[in-house]
Write a protein that binds this ligand. Structure first.
Ligand code: SF4
Length: 205
């Protein structure tokens, strides 16, 4: 088994990457470094869920640096520019995971961020590759996104807490706007169908 440090954003997103990496012959240790999650209560809730799950599964969890003030200084000012904001956010979290991996003698590094279709997949991989190279690590780049529906199903089955947004306050606002837009679209669709049915009935009478 090859020891691998797996940066994890939360417990639900860890399920499939851990299973798939183990099938490939890796022995994952999980590393938590997510100073992006706001508010603090949400951060603590996700971390708690990850602690419970790793304990149950007998997987080692390393709780690495979580410098929330630094995230606010370095990433928050990029707020509205999603590409730059997420790149800087990935950079901060994955740099900490790489630092830990190097310190603890791991050779390989990966991230559970690669399971979510809501992440900027290519940006995240670019950042991981560059940081891994700088720390003398081998990045394990995998596209876990096809397993996202399975991760959703399985985490629901396990009764895990599932968050509704990526982590930062900007993503919470973006997710709320997306939900509102989808609600409006569904409502408009219903009204359109209702109007079409009424027109059809009027034409028949
Ligand atoms: S959307 Fe997610 S990855 Fe992007 S800055 Fe916010 S917390 Fe970080």
């Amino acid at each position: 088994m090859t020891r691998l440090l797996l940066h994890a954003c939360c417990a639900p997103c860890s399920l499939e990457p851990v299973r798939l990496l183990m099938e490939e012959g890796f022995e994952p240790t999980i590393c938590w470094s997510n100073p992006n999650i706001q508010p603090l209560a949400e951060h603590d809730r996700r971390l708690h869920e990850l602690r419970v799950w790793t304990r149950k599964r007998g997987i080692r969890l390393i709780e690495a640096g979580d410098d929330r003030a630094r995230w606010d200084r370095a990433v928050a000012p990029l707020g509205a520019d999603r590409e730059r904001r997420c790149r800087a956010c990935y950079g901060m979290r994955l740099a900490e995971a790489c630092r830990v991996a190097q310190e603890e003698g791991f050779t390989h590094i990966a991230t559970t961020l690669a399971v979510s279709p809501y992440q900027l997949f290519d940006t995240c991989n670019e950042v991981l590759e560059a940081l891994a190279a700088a720390h003398g690590l081998i990045p394990v780049i995998r596209d876990f996104r096809p397993w996202y529906p399975e991760a959703t199903r399985h985490s629901r089955e396990l009764g895990m807490y599932r968050q509704k947004y990526c982590g930062c306050r900007f993503s919470a606002a973006e997710a709320a706007m997306d939900r509102a837009r989808l609600r409006d679209e569904r409502k408009a669709e219903k009204e359109r169908s209702k109007a079409e049915r009424s027109e059809g009935q009027a034409a028949l009478s």
